[in-house]
Design a protein around this ligand. Structure first.
Ligand code: NAD
Ligand code: ZN
Ligand code: ZN
Length: 344
């Protein structure tokens, strides 16, 4: 089968032919319908050889959806042809976090060498994908695989961050979304569907800000050194009760800290390497700062349920597997508005 692989540190990913995989006991083979292109892959492909954590070659793609093609020995509850989305942050399934469905925070995944597809295990940017356990699959149940596949990360990750901030997002509150790309433009829609908060979007790119407004942001602000002051002005000096930073670089975490309200919540979701000093006087009183990772299995089910109500619609642009390297180039250049999706 064809697969998109990251093969050489620092080089672009390549479309190659690899053996067709076969499901072992307990595994499920999917015929991949769609695989999403996440900015995290670009970060992964920038890591140096000394600290690169995965074995190469690595088939990319940690957002996957497909149809069941074959079941390994002992798998029940699914049948060939079932359309499903893949829950990506695989865990051991047995520890206390996994028992809560929080496999993203599995206590034993590292020790057991369990990795998400596309982030260690072979990913979804291939004609077929091996899924290690049927519990990692959520029925699409009427959702279109192309529109739904980004929800497995670009939907689930903001959903998890927003859900924990809900007690702060009362009527009259303000939520700020920094970086309105793949994750951010879904976050705006989730905030509109789940809260009565006023949503202010920040980005450096006018096209992204236009998308932010079209998916429900009440205000859009250019993300520059004056952005925090502008948000304070828009909120009568109070600031934002919740800030979601989908860039996470030095300037954006600084902006997040400067525009948070007293008792506000800051979620640093982007992995841009920025760090926010916490300590008395460093931030407005009683601000909490979190750096969440992905979300739980239960939350993925909730995100897909929400999508079935029509409240969330991901803006997608599609590429064939042969065009997948181009999709990464365009994402790197800031030219993807919404989420790029590969159709293997
Ligand atoms: P993306 O490229 O689709 O979107 C990023 C957006 O940020 C773009 O619209 C870009 O114009 C904007 N941006 C860049 N610099 C900015 C600045 N200084 N101020 C405001 N906006 C700026 O990327 P994505 O796939 O949505 O991923 C977003 C981030 O989230 C990445 O860092 C990715 O690695 C990370 N991520 C984290 C998790 C997690 O679990 N923590 C999960 C998925 C993705
Ligand atoms: Zn991702
Ligand atoms: Zn576990």
């Amino acid at each position: 089968m064809k697969a998109l692989q990251y093969r050489t540190i620092g080089a672009a990913p390549e479309v190659v032919t690899v053996p067709d995989p076969e499901p072992g006991p307990g595994q499920v083979l999917l015929k991949v319908s769609a695989a999403g292109v996440c900015h995290s892959d670009i970060a992964v492909m920038s890591w140096p050889a000394e600290s690169f954590p995965y074995a190469l070659p690595l088939t990319l793609g940690h957002e996957g959806a497909g149809t069941v093609a074959a079941l390994g020995d002992g798998v029940s509850g699914l049948k060939e042809g079932d359309p499903v989305a893949v829950y990506g942050p695989w865990g051991c399934g047995l520890c206390a976090k996994c028992a809560e469905g929080k496999e993203n925070y599995c206590l034993r995944a590292d020790e057991l060498g369990i990795r998400p597809p596309g982030l260690g295990a072979p990913g979804a940017m291939a004609e077929y994908l091996i899924v290690d356990d049927a519990r990692h699959l959520v029925p699409l149940d009427g959702l279109d695989p192309v529109a739904a596949v980004p929800l497995t990360d670009a939907g689930l990750t903001p959903y998890h961050a927003i859900k924990r901030a809900l007690p702060k997002l009362l009527p009259g509150s303000t939520a700020v979304v920094i970086g309105t790309g793949g994750l951010g433009h879904v976050a705006i829609q989730l905030l509109r569907a789940m809260t009565a908060a006023r949503v202010i979007a920040l980005d450096v790119n006018e096209d992204k800000l236009a998308l932010a407004r079209s998916v429900g942001a009440h205000e859009s602000v250019l993300s520059d050194a004056g952005a925090a002051a502008k948000v304070r002005e828009l909120t009568g000096g109070i600031g934002a009760q919740a800030v979601f930073d989908f860039v996470g670089a030095e300037p954006t975490v600084r902006t997040a800290g400067a525009l948070a309200a007293v008792e506000g919540e800051i979620s640093i979701v982007g992995i841009g390497g920025g760090a926010l000093p916490v300590g008395f006087g460093a931030l407005p009183f009683e601000v909490s700062v979190h750096a969440p990772y992905w979300g739980s299995r239960g939350e993925l089910i909730e995100v897909l349920d929400l999508a079935r109500t029509g409240a969330v619609s991901v803006h997608t642009e599609t590429y064939s597997l042969d065009e997948a390297p181009l999709a990464y180039e365009r994402l790197h250049a800031g030219k993807v508005n919404g989420r790029a999706v590969i159709l293997p």
